[in-house]
Design a protein around this ligand. Structure first.
Ligand SMILES: Cc1cc2nc3c(=O)[nH]c(=O)nc-3n(C[C@H](O)[C@H](O)[C@H](O)COP(=O)(O)OP(=O)(O)OC[C@H]3O[C@@H](n4cnc5c(N)ncnc54)[C@H](O)[C@@H]3O)c2cc1C
Length: 433
């Protein structure tokens, strides 16, 4: 009896989850041993993070538990630290802190991306990114806390900096995060006697002459108008030069102080990639052929944000989006199976179907298969799309329940920031003994 091929899936995000799901569906029992490695035991459904930040979605409902979704895959929680592809072995630092050596015949690399920082003084100390559930949850609590600080103080300068929220980067992630949080803050502020919406200052800083470069210009302009109508300062052609001591120095205009600085200017491949000894391009992305096989390394495959996937339909490279990552993952799985069966892998073809950008409750812009939408129809189309796409019935129902409850009741505005220091009350009690 021959032993089944061992397939290692490194990373449990879009690429990892959808590759493993496809392999499970297309390969019979015993036809392959699939192992997936990720530091977390869940996949983050990142397009829903802006709604986690604004409290329209419970954080746990925006993730997919890997073991529940993947019934025939062994899930290892840990971090892939190196590869010895000659020996077909991956080294993993497990959650228990132990080093594991996982043997494989084929490995799929889907480590995703991380925030791309620029050498702006004070940025690392003062800024925060928007790529994880933790960051989305933190920002929500942080904004709510800033409102409490502003309401509680008599110091006008402290009040002003507490109520100043700056987002750098006008791509869809930056716009969505800012728009959702501002929408929530407006809703919350209405409940304060001594705070008013107009006291808040929300600033979007974008280096180029427009926001939302990936959507058609007229939709981007509509989004800009919507943000400005809500009093948000959209500063185009502007760069953040310094954030030292919380004082923001932009390329134009006077300096001002802000306690909130969110940096969302793009991403670069995850740090793990540089340690693997795989071929990369000038931006650190793994070089892959049009079949998604890593160039010159048979048995190794890559897709998603960490790979430079040729875009055969539009030229250049495929954009680093979930929409592409899902299609690449499914195609990669099919090609891997074809290779196992002695067939030729096929080139990857996909043409993007459009994009949704949420701008807060009942507000969005979208382009779906060439049809442009805005306002409520775009917002409803976005929600319908994501709820049908998220894997497992369990998650679909939980998200639907959150949204349904949110319809009449709006944002959930409780700041549970105290969970950042869960031992504090216990230590306090010990001190009081
Ligand atoms: C806030 C936000 C909103 C977005 N909205 C949209 C949208 O509306 N539409 C859209 O199409 N795209 C959107 N995107 C982009 C989309 O989420 C990414 O393109 C997509 O997640 C890429 O999939 P991936 O599998 O390459 O990476 P990811 O989904 O990021 O998965 C990478 C996985 O690798 C794991 N990993 C990292 N290092 C290691 C290691 N050393 N060992 C093992 N595992 C490791 C990580 O834990 C993670 O689970 C958004 C992104 C963000 C951050």
């Amino acid at each position: 009896m021959t032993t089944p091929p061992r397939i290692l899936v490194a990373g449990g995000g879009y690429v990892g989850l959808y590759t493993a799901l496809r392999l499970e569906r297309r390969l019979g029992r015993g036809q392959a041993e699939i192992t997936l490695v990720d530091p977390e035991n869940y996949m983050v459904y990142r397009p829903l993070l802006p709604e986690v930040a604004s409290g329209t979605l419970e954080p746990r409902h925006a993730v997919v538990p890997l073991r529940a979704a993947l019934r025939r895959t062994r899930v290892v929680t840990g971090r892939v630290t190196s590869l010895d592809h000659q020996a077909r072995s991956a080294t993993v630092l497990s959650r228990a802190g132990e080093q594991l050596h996982l043997a494989y015949d084929h490995a799929v690399l889907g480590f995703g991306s991380m925030a791309k920082l620029l050498p702006v003084p004070g940025l690392t100390e003062r800024g925060i990114g928007f790529n994880s559930v933790a960051e989305a949850m933190y920002l929500r609590d942080h904004v709510l806390r800033q409102l409490e600080i502003a309401a509680a103080t008599t110091d006008r300068e402290l009040r002003r900096r507490a109520l100043t929220f700056v987002f750098v980067g006008g791509g869809y992630t930056g716009v969505e995060a800012l728009a959702e949080l501002q929408d929530m803050a407006c809703h919350v502020v209405d409940g304060y006697r001594d705070l008013h919406r107009t006291e808040m200052r929300w600033v979007l800083v974008e280096a180029t002459d427009r926001i939302l470069a990936s959507v058609p210009k007229d939709l981007a302009d509509r989004a800009t108008d919507e943000l400005r109508r809500r009093g948000i300062e959209v500063r185009l052609g502007t760069q953040l030069k310094s954030a030292e001591n919380g004082v923001l120095h932009l390329s134009e205009g006077p300096d001002f102080a802000a306690d909130t600085l969110v940096w969302i200017t793009g991403t670069k491949p995850s740090r793990a990639v540089s340690k693997l000894g795989v071929p990369t391009d000038d931006k650190g992305r793994i070089k892959v052929a049009e079949t998604l096989a890593v160039s010159g390394m048979p048995g190794l495959w890559a897709a998603g944000d960490n790979a430079a996937v040729p875009d055969l339909d539009r030229g250049g490279l495929c954009p680093p989006t979930a929409q592409y990552a899902v299609r690449e993952a499914k195609h990669l799985a099919d090609n891997l199976i074809a290779t196992l069966n002695g067939r030729r892998p096929e080139p990857f073809h996909y043409r993007g179907q459009g994009e949704f950008v949420t701008l807060g409750r009942h507000k969005a812009v979208a382009e779906v298969m060439g049809v442009k939408l805005h306002g409520l129809p775009a917002w409803l189309a976005r929600r319908t799309y994501y709820v049908t796409q998220i894997p497992t019935l369990n998650r679909k129902l939980r998200i639907l329940a959150d949204w349904t409850v949110g319809m009449p009741f709006g944002h959930d505005v409780v700041d549970l920031g105290s969970r950042e220091h869960p031992h504090a009350a216990f230590r306090d009690a010990a001190e009081a003994e």
